[in-house]
Design a binder for this molecule. Structure first.
Ligand code: GKR
Ligand code: MG
Length: 437
Protein backbone atom coordinates (compact mmCIF):
# COMPACT_ATOMS: atom_id res chain seq x y z
CA UNK A 1 0.00 0.00 0.00
CA UNK A 2 1.31 3.44 -0.96
CA UNK A 3 0.10 7.00 -0.44
CA UNK A 4 -1.18 8.09 -3.81
CA UNK A 5 -2.64 11.52 -2.99
CA UNK A 6 -1.91 14.20 -0.42
CA UNK A 7 -4.58 16.88 -0.08
CA UNK A 8 -4.29 19.96 2.07
CA UNK A 9 -7.55 21.79 2.86
CA UNK A 10 -7.32 25.21 4.52
CA UNK A 11 -10.42 26.12 6.52
CA UNK A 12 -11.61 29.15 8.47
CA UNK A 13 -13.91 28.59 11.44
CA UNK A 14 -15.87 31.24 13.29
CA UNK A 15 -14.42 32.12 16.70
CA UNK A 16 -15.62 34.49 19.41
CA UNK A 17 -13.65 37.52 20.67
CA UNK A 18 -11.86 35.52 23.37
CA UNK A 19 -9.15 37.27 25.34
CA UNK A 20 -5.78 36.14 26.65
CA UNK A 21 -2.43 37.78 27.32
CA UNK A 22 -1.73 37.33 23.59
CA UNK A 23 -4.60 39.72 22.81
CA UNK A 24 -8.04 39.03 21.32
CA UNK A 25 -9.12 36.26 18.98
CA UNK A 26 -10.04 37.24 15.41
CA UNK A 27 -13.60 36.49 14.19
CA UNK A 28 -12.19 33.38 12.48
CA UNK A 29 -9.61 30.82 13.55
CA UNK A 30 -7.58 29.02 10.88
CA UNK A 31 -7.15 25.25 10.67
CA UNK A 32 -5.87 22.79 8.09
CA UNK A 33 -7.43 19.44 7.27
CA UNK A 34 -5.01 16.89 5.82
CA UNK A 35 -6.17 14.01 3.66
CA UNK A 36 -4.03 11.09 2.48
CA UNK A 37 -5.38 8.59 -0.04
CA UNK A 38 -3.81 5.21 -0.69
CA UNK A 39 -3.46 2.84 -3.63
CA UNK A 40 -5.73 0.45 -1.65
CA UNK A 41 -8.56 3.00 -1.69
CA UNK A 42 -8.22 4.07 1.97
CA UNK A 43 -8.35 7.69 3.17
CA UNK A 44 -6.59 8.92 6.28
CA UNK A 45 -7.38 12.32 7.77
CA UNK A 46 -5.86 14.72 10.23
CA UNK A 47 -6.20 18.32 11.46
CA UNK A 48 -3.58 20.86 12.39
CA UNK A 49 -2.84 24.58 12.71
CA UNK A 50 -3.90 26.79 9.83
CA UNK A 51 -2.73 29.71 7.73
CA UNK A 52 0.16 30.31 5.35
CA UNK A 53 3.00 29.00 7.58
CA UNK A 54 1.56 25.57 8.46
CA UNK A 55 0.33 25.07 4.88
CA UNK A 56 3.72 25.90 3.36
CA UNK A 57 5.37 23.45 5.78
CA UNK A 58 2.97 20.66 4.80
CA UNK A 59 3.52 21.47 1.11
CA UNK A 60 7.28 21.21 1.54
CA UNK A 61 6.86 17.69 2.96
CA UNK A 62 4.95 16.53 -0.15
CA UNK A 63 7.93 14.82 -1.87
CA UNK A 64 8.44 12.69 1.28
CA UNK A 65 4.77 11.76 1.53
CA UNK A 66 3.55 10.85 -1.94
CA UNK A 67 4.54 7.29 -2.84
CA UNK A 68 5.33 6.41 0.82
CA UNK A 69 4.09 3.32 2.66
CA UNK A 70 1.92 4.79 5.47
CA UNK A 71 3.22 2.15 7.90
CA UNK A 72 6.77 3.51 7.53
CA UNK A 73 6.44 6.37 9.99
CA UNK A 74 9.94 6.00 11.39
CA UNK A 75 11.37 6.53 7.93
CA UNK A 76 9.18 9.57 7.40
CA UNK A 77 10.44 11.03 10.67
CA UNK A 78 14.06 10.29 9.69
CA UNK A 79 13.55 12.30 6.51
CA UNK A 80 12.30 15.23 8.57
CA UNK A 81 14.59 14.74 11.57
CA UNK A 82 17.63 16.48 10.13
CA UNK A 83 15.53 19.60 9.64
CA UNK A 84 13.98 19.22 13.08
CA UNK A 85 17.49 19.03 14.50
CA UNK A 86 18.30 22.34 12.83
CA UNK A 87 15.10 23.80 14.36
CA UNK A 88 16.23 22.70 17.79
CA UNK A 89 19.46 24.61 17.51
CA UNK A 90 17.82 27.57 15.85
CA UNK A 91 16.24 29.51 18.68
CA UNK A 92 13.40 29.91 21.13
CA UNK A 93 10.94 27.07 20.73
CA UNK A 94 8.75 28.26 23.61
CA UNK A 95 5.36 29.91 23.22
CA UNK A 96 6.36 32.89 25.35
CA UNK A 97 6.30 35.34 22.46
CA UNK A 98 4.64 33.46 19.61
CA UNK A 99 1.22 31.82 19.63
CA UNK A 100 1.11 28.07 18.98
CA UNK A 101 1.25 27.28 15.28
CA UNK A 102 3.33 30.38 14.52
CA UNK A 103 6.70 29.37 15.94
CA UNK A 104 9.09 28.47 13.07
CA UNK A 105 11.20 26.36 15.45
CA UNK A 106 8.62 23.61 15.92
CA UNK A 107 7.53 23.46 12.30
CA UNK A 108 8.90 19.99 11.59
CA UNK A 109 7.44 18.25 14.61
CA UNK A 110 4.11 20.01 13.85
CA UNK A 111 4.17 18.90 10.23
CA UNK A 112 5.18 15.37 11.13
CA UNK A 113 2.44 15.23 13.80
CA UNK A 114 -0.24 16.00 11.20
CA UNK A 115 1.10 13.40 8.76
CA UNK A 116 1.62 10.74 11.45
CA UNK A 117 -2.02 11.02 12.55
CA UNK A 118 -3.33 10.72 8.97
CA UNK A 119 -1.13 7.61 8.48
CA UNK A 120 -2.37 6.11 11.77
CA UNK A 121 -5.93 6.73 10.56
CA UNK A 122 -5.08 4.75 7.39
CA UNK A 123 -3.42 1.96 9.39
CA UNK A 124 -6.44 1.79 11.71
CA UNK A 125 -8.76 1.47 8.72
CA UNK A 126 -6.49 -1.14 7.12
CA UNK A 127 -6.52 -3.38 10.21
CA UNK A 128 -10.02 -2.49 11.44
CA UNK A 129 -8.88 -0.98 14.77
CA UNK A 130 -9.17 2.46 16.42
CA UNK A 131 -5.98 4.55 16.40
CA UNK A 132 -5.45 4.28 20.18
CA UNK A 133 -5.50 0.49 19.84
CA UNK A 134 -3.16 0.56 16.85
CA UNK A 135 -0.52 2.31 18.98
CA UNK A 136 -0.68 -0.29 21.73
CA UNK A 137 -4.10 -0.03 23.31
CA UNK A 138 -5.96 2.31 25.55
CA UNK A 139 -5.49 3.22 29.18
CA UNK A 140 -9.04 4.63 29.15
CA UNK A 141 -11.91 4.71 26.64
CA UNK A 142 -13.46 8.04 27.66
CA UNK A 143 -10.69 10.58 28.30
CA UNK A 144 -11.92 13.54 30.37
CA UNK A 145 -11.69 17.18 29.26
CA UNK A 146 -12.09 20.35 31.30
CA UNK A 147 -14.31 23.42 30.89
CA UNK A 148 -12.08 26.10 29.35
CA UNK A 149 -13.35 29.54 30.39
CA UNK A 150 -12.34 32.75 28.66
CA UNK A 151 -12.96 36.41 29.42
CA UNK A 152 -14.54 37.67 26.24
CA UNK A 153 -16.22 40.59 24.55
CA UNK A 154 -19.75 40.29 23.21
CA UNK A 155 -20.05 38.26 19.99
CA UNK A 156 -20.05 34.61 18.99
CA UNK A 157 -17.58 34.81 16.10
CA UNK A 158 -17.89 35.19 12.37
CA UNK A 159 -18.71 38.45 10.61
CA UNK A 160 -21.73 40.13 8.99
CA UNK A 161 -24.26 37.65 7.63
CA UNK A 162 -21.89 34.85 8.70
CA UNK A 163 -21.98 35.86 12.42
CA UNK A 164 -22.62 33.06 14.93
CA UNK A 165 -24.93 33.22 17.91
CA UNK A 166 -23.22 34.58 21.05
CA UNK A 167 -23.90 31.61 23.31
CA UNK A 168 -22.05 32.88 26.39
CA UNK A 169 -22.40 36.67 25.99
CA UNK A 170 -19.87 39.21 27.17
CA UNK A 171 -17.79 37.98 30.13
CA UNK A 172 -15.49 40.61 31.53
CA UNK A 173 -15.88 40.18 35.28
CA UNK A 174 -16.09 37.49 37.93
CA UNK A 175 -19.89 37.23 37.96
CA UNK A 176 -20.27 36.79 34.21
CA UNK A 177 -17.48 34.20 34.29
CA UNK A 178 -19.41 32.14 36.82
CA UNK A 179 -22.39 32.31 34.47
CA UNK A 180 -20.20 31.11 31.58
CA UNK A 181 -18.89 28.24 33.72
CA UNK A 182 -22.36 27.13 34.81
CA UNK A 183 -23.59 27.16 31.22
CA UNK A 184 -20.61 25.19 29.92
CA UNK A 185 -20.62 22.65 32.73
CA UNK A 186 -24.39 22.13 32.36
CA UNK A 187 -24.07 21.57 28.62
CA UNK A 188 -21.00 19.30 28.51
CA UNK A 189 -20.78 17.82 32.00
CA UNK A 190 -17.17 18.91 32.58
CA UNK A 191 -15.78 18.03 36.01
CA UNK A 192 -12.67 20.22 36.03
CA UNK A 193 -12.42 23.93 35.22
CA UNK A 194 -9.68 26.06 33.68
CA UNK A 195 -9.77 29.85 33.53
CA UNK A 196 -7.75 31.70 30.92
CA UNK A 197 -6.29 34.63 32.83
CA UNK A 198 -3.79 37.38 32.11
CA UNK A 199 -6.61 39.61 30.86
CA UNK A 200 -8.02 41.61 33.78
CA UNK A 201 -6.30 43.04 36.80
CA UNK A 202 -5.02 40.04 38.83
CA UNK A 203 -7.30 41.00 41.74
CA UNK A 204 -10.36 40.53 39.53
CA UNK A 205 -9.01 37.20 38.30
CA UNK A 206 -8.40 36.12 41.91
CA UNK A 207 -11.99 37.14 42.68
CA UNK A 208 -13.18 35.09 39.70
CA UNK A 209 -11.46 31.93 40.93
CA UNK A 210 -12.81 32.46 44.45
CA UNK A 211 -16.31 32.91 43.12
CA UNK A 212 -15.98 29.79 40.98
CA UNK A 213 -14.89 27.85 44.05
CA UNK A 214 -17.87 29.20 46.00
CA UNK A 215 -20.23 28.17 43.21
CA UNK A 216 -18.80 24.73 42.35
CA UNK A 217 -17.13 23.62 45.59
CA UNK A 218 -13.92 21.62 45.97
CA UNK A 219 -15.21 18.70 43.85
CA UNK A 220 -14.34 20.77 40.75
CA UNK A 221 -10.56 21.29 40.50
CA UNK A 222 -9.66 24.81 39.31
CA UNK A 223 -6.75 26.15 37.22
CA UNK A 224 -5.73 29.59 36.08
CA UNK A 225 -3.46 30.33 33.10
CA UNK A 226 -2.33 33.94 32.46
CA UNK A 227 0.17 32.94 29.71
CA UNK A 228 3.14 34.66 31.43
CA UNK A 229 1.35 37.99 32.01
CA UNK A 230 2.55 38.21 35.62
CA UNK A 231 5.87 39.11 37.19
CA UNK A 232 7.39 36.68 39.68
CA UNK A 233 6.09 38.94 42.49
CA UNK A 234 2.53 38.94 41.16
CA UNK A 235 2.63 35.19 40.46
CA UNK A 236 3.65 34.51 44.05
CA UNK A 237 0.95 36.84 45.37
CA UNK A 238 -1.75 35.15 43.23
CA UNK A 239 -0.44 31.72 44.23
CA UNK A 240 -0.62 32.76 47.87
CA UNK A 241 -4.13 34.19 47.64
CA UNK A 242 -5.42 31.17 45.73
CA UNK A 243 -3.59 28.54 47.76
CA UNK A 244 -6.81 26.82 48.87
CA UNK A 245 -8.72 27.25 45.63
CA UNK A 246 -5.93 25.74 43.49
CA UNK A 247 -5.49 22.77 45.84
CA UNK A 248 -7.30 19.44 45.33
CA UNK A 249 -6.26 18.73 41.72
CA UNK A 250 -5.82 22.33 40.61
CA UNK A 251 -2.70 24.09 39.35
CA UNK A 252 -1.16 27.41 38.43
CA UNK A 253 -0.31 27.47 34.71
CA UNK A 254 2.49 29.53 33.14
CA UNK A 255 2.20 32.40 35.63
CA UNK A 256 5.56 34.00 34.74
CA UNK A 257 7.76 33.88 31.64
CA UNK A 258 10.53 31.35 31.07
CA UNK A 259 11.82 28.35 32.95
CA UNK A 260 13.84 30.64 35.23
CA UNK A 261 10.80 32.77 36.10
CA UNK A 262 8.72 29.67 36.81
CA UNK A 263 11.52 28.21 38.96
CA UNK A 264 11.62 31.38 41.05
CA UNK A 265 7.85 31.34 41.55
CA UNK A 266 8.01 27.70 42.63
CA UNK A 267 10.90 28.32 45.02
CA UNK A 268 9.15 31.23 46.73
CA UNK A 269 5.82 29.42 47.00
CA UNK A 270 7.48 26.35 48.48
CA UNK A 271 9.31 28.56 50.97
CA UNK A 272 5.88 29.70 52.17
CA UNK A 273 4.71 26.09 52.47
CA UNK A 274 2.61 26.39 49.31
CA UNK A 275 2.89 23.27 47.15
CA UNK A 276 0.53 24.36 44.34
CA UNK A 277 2.00 22.71 41.24
CA UNK A 278 3.01 24.79 38.22
CA UNK A 279 1.91 23.60 34.79
CA UNK A 280 3.22 24.74 31.42
CA UNK A 281 2.51 24.60 27.73
CA UNK A 282 4.47 27.81 27.11
CA UNK A 283 7.93 27.09 28.54
CA UNK A 284 7.93 23.34 27.84
CA UNK A 285 7.05 22.53 24.23
CA UNK A 286 9.66 19.88 23.39
CA UNK A 287 11.44 16.91 24.94
CA UNK A 288 14.69 18.83 25.34
CA UNK A 289 12.94 21.26 27.71
CA UNK A 290 12.09 18.53 30.21
CA UNK A 291 15.45 17.83 31.87
CA UNK A 292 15.98 21.56 32.40
CA UNK A 293 12.45 22.06 33.72
CA UNK A 294 12.97 19.15 36.10
CA UNK A 295 16.40 20.29 37.20
CA UNK A 296 15.19 23.83 37.95
CA UNK A 297 11.87 22.53 39.37
CA UNK A 298 10.14 25.09 37.09
CA UNK A 299 7.32 22.83 35.90
CA UNK A 300 5.56 20.02 37.75
CA UNK A 301 2.90 19.34 35.09
CA UNK A 302 3.63 19.27 31.37
CA UNK A 303 0.78 20.32 29.09
CA UNK A 304 1.38 18.56 25.86
CA UNK A 305 -0.31 18.81 22.49
CA UNK A 306 -0.02 16.06 19.87
CA UNK A 307 -0.27 18.76 17.19
CA UNK A 308 3.15 20.22 17.92
CA UNK A 309 4.86 17.58 20.06
CA UNK A 310 5.06 15.38 16.95
CA UNK A 311 1.90 13.28 17.01
CA UNK A 312 0.22 10.59 19.05
CA UNK A 313 3.19 8.27 19.55
CA UNK A 314 5.28 11.16 20.83
CA UNK A 315 2.47 11.90 23.27
CA UNK A 316 2.94 8.34 24.54
CA UNK A 317 6.71 8.84 24.82
CA UNK A 318 6.02 12.04 26.74
CA UNK A 319 3.72 10.16 29.08
CA UNK A 320 6.59 7.79 29.90
CA UNK A 321 9.10 10.64 30.29
CA UNK A 322 6.81 12.47 32.71
CA UNK A 323 6.15 9.33 34.71
CA UNK A 324 9.88 8.62 35.04
CA UNK A 325 10.67 12.24 35.93
CA UNK A 326 7.84 12.35 38.46
CA UNK A 327 6.00 15.07 36.53
CA UNK A 328 2.26 15.28 35.86
CA UNK A 329 0.88 15.30 32.31
CA UNK A 330 -2.15 16.87 30.72
CA UNK A 331 -2.91 18.50 27.36
CA UNK A 332 -3.33 22.06 26.14
CA UNK A 333 -5.49 23.13 23.20
CA UNK A 334 -6.26 25.79 20.64
CA UNK A 335 -9.40 26.40 18.59
CA UNK A 336 -10.15 23.19 16.72
CA UNK A 337 -12.73 21.08 14.94
CA UNK A 338 -13.94 17.52 15.46
CA UNK A 339 -10.98 15.82 13.75
CA UNK A 340 -8.62 17.38 16.30
CA UNK A 341 -11.08 16.52 19.07
CA UNK A 342 -10.62 12.86 18.12
CA UNK A 343 -6.84 13.22 17.76
CA UNK A 344 -6.70 14.64 21.30
CA UNK A 345 -9.04 11.92 22.59
CA UNK A 346 -7.02 9.06 21.02
CA UNK A 347 -3.74 10.60 22.21
CA UNK A 348 -5.13 10.89 25.77
CA UNK A 349 -6.60 7.39 25.66
CA UNK A 350 -3.23 5.90 24.67
CA UNK A 351 -1.25 7.48 27.55
CA UNK A 352 -1.05 5.39 30.72
CA UNK A 353 0.31 8.36 32.68
CA UNK A 354 -2.14 11.26 32.23
CA UNK A 355 -2.90 13.01 35.46
CA UNK A 356 -5.53 15.73 34.75
CA UNK A 357 -8.50 16.33 32.47
CA UNK A 358 -7.25 17.86 29.20
CA UNK A 359 -8.06 21.30 27.78
CA UNK A 360 -10.31 21.75 24.77
CA UNK A 361 -11.58 24.82 22.93
CA UNK A 362 -14.33 22.72 21.31
CA UNK A 363 -17.22 24.45 23.14
CA UNK A 364 -16.15 27.67 21.41
CA UNK A 365 -16.91 26.30 17.94
CA UNK A 366 -20.29 25.43 16.48
CA UNK A 367 -22.05 22.96 14.23
CA UNK A 368 -22.01 25.50 11.37
CA UNK A 369 -18.23 25.10 10.99
CA UNK A 370 -17.88 21.38 11.76
CA UNK A 371 -16.29 19.28 8.98
CA UNK A 372 -16.96 15.89 10.57
CA UNK A 373 -19.66 13.79 8.91
CA UNK A 374 -22.75 13.59 11.11
CA UNK A 375 -21.87 16.77 13.03
CA UNK A 376 -20.00 17.59 16.18
CA UNK A 377 -18.19 15.00 18.28
CA UNK A 378 -20.25 14.55 21.46
CA UNK A 379 -18.79 15.46 24.86
CA UNK A 380 -20.76 13.58 27.50
CA UNK A 381 -20.11 13.84 31.23
CA UNK A 382 -17.06 15.89 30.31
CA UNK A 383 -15.53 13.07 28.25
CA UNK A 384 -15.15 12.03 24.63
CA UNK A 385 -15.95 8.37 24.17
CA UNK A 386 -13.80 6.28 21.86
CA UNK A 387 -15.69 3.32 20.54
CA UNK A 388 -14.62 0.59 18.13
CA UNK A 389 -14.70 2.46 14.85
CA UNK A 390 -11.47 2.02 12.90
CA UNK A 391 -8.94 4.84 12.67
CA UNK A 392 -9.84 8.14 14.33
CA UNK A 393 -13.50 7.11 14.13
CA UNK A 394 -14.64 10.15 12.13
CA UNK A 395 -14.97 10.90 8.42
CA UNK A 396 -15.10 14.18 6.53
CA UNK A 397 -18.27 15.89 5.39
CA UNK A 398 -17.03 17.15 2.03
CA UNK A 399 -19.74 19.81 1.64
CA UNK A 400 -18.87 21.30 5.02
CA UNK A 401 -15.17 21.09 4.20
CA UNK A 402 -15.76 22.97 0.94
CA UNK A 403 -17.68 25.67 2.87
CA UNK A 404 -14.80 26.01 5.34
CA UNK A 405 -12.31 26.39 2.49
CA UNK A 406 -14.53 28.89 0.69
CA UNK A 407 -14.70 30.93 3.90
CA UNK A 408 -10.91 30.77 4.18
CA UNK A 409 -10.43 31.92 0.60
CA UNK A 410 -12.76 34.89 1.04
CA UNK A 411 -11.12 36.12 4.24
CA UNK A 412 -7.93 38.18 4.60
CA UNK A 413 -6.63 36.25 7.66
CA UNK A 414 -3.56 34.12 6.97
CA UNK A 415 -2.05 33.85 10.46
CA UNK A 416 -3.23 34.26 14.02
CA UNK A 417 -2.59 37.83 15.14
CA UNK A 418 -4.33 38.57 18.45
CA UNK A 419 -2.43 41.83 18.91
CA UNK A 420 -3.82 43.24 15.66
CA UNK A 421 -7.37 42.41 16.85
CA UNK A 422 -6.75 44.27 20.12
CA UNK A 423 -5.60 47.33 18.19
CA UNK A 424 -8.61 47.12 15.88
CA UNK A 425 -11.29 46.72 18.56
CA UNK A 426 -9.97 47.63 22.00
CA UNK A 427 -7.03 50.06 22.01
CA UNK A 428 -5.25 51.36 18.88
CA UNK A 429 -1.94 51.37 20.79
CA UNK A 430 -2.20 47.93 22.39
CA UNK A 431 0.99 45.92 22.57
CA UNK A 432 1.65 42.67 24.34
CA UNK A 433 3.89 43.50 27.29
CA UNK A 434 5.41 40.81 29.53
CA UNK A 435 4.97 40.99 32.42
CA UNK A 436 1.89 43.21 32.28
CA UNK A 437 1.27 43.03 36.03
O1 GKR B 1 -6.86 30.35 22.69
O2 GKR B 1 -6.16 32.28 23.39
C1 GKR B 1 -6.13 31.03 23.39
C2 GKR B 1 -5.14 30.35 24.30
O3 GKR B 1 -4.39 31.33 24.97
C3 GKR B 1 -4.23 29.42 23.55
O4 GKR B 1 -3.65 30.03 22.43
C4 GKR B 1 -3.13 28.86 24.42
O5 GKR B 1 -2.17 28.26 23.60
O6 GKR B 1 -4.83 27.50 25.41
C5 GKR B 1 -3.53 27.75 25.33
C6 GKR B 1 -2.83 27.77 26.65
O7 GKR B 1 -3.19 26.97 27.49
O8 GKR B 1 -1.91 28.53 26.87
MG1 MG C 1 -1.57 27.44 28.81
Amino acid sequence: MKISEFRIHPVAIADGPLRSSYGRHAPYALRTIVELKTTDGLTGISETYGGDGPIAALESARPNVEGRDPFQLTGLWQLMAARAERDRKGGDRSQTYLVPGENPFDVHSRTFGALEVACLDIIGKAVGKPVCDVVGGRARSSPPFSAYLFYKHGGGGGEGADAREDEYGECLDAESMVRQAKQMVAKYGFKEIKLKGGVLDPDEEIRTIKLLREEFGSAYPLRIDPNCAWSVETSVRVGRELKDELADGGYLEDPAAGLDGMAEVRKRLLAEGNDTPLASNVATTAFEHLPVAKHLDSVQIVLSDPHYWGGIRNQQHLSKFCEVLGMGLSMHSNNHLGVSMMIMAHASAACPHLTYACDTHYPWQTEVDEVVLGGRVPITDGSVHIGDRPGLGVELDYDQLARGTERYNKLPYRKRDDEAEMRKHVDPNWKRVLPRW
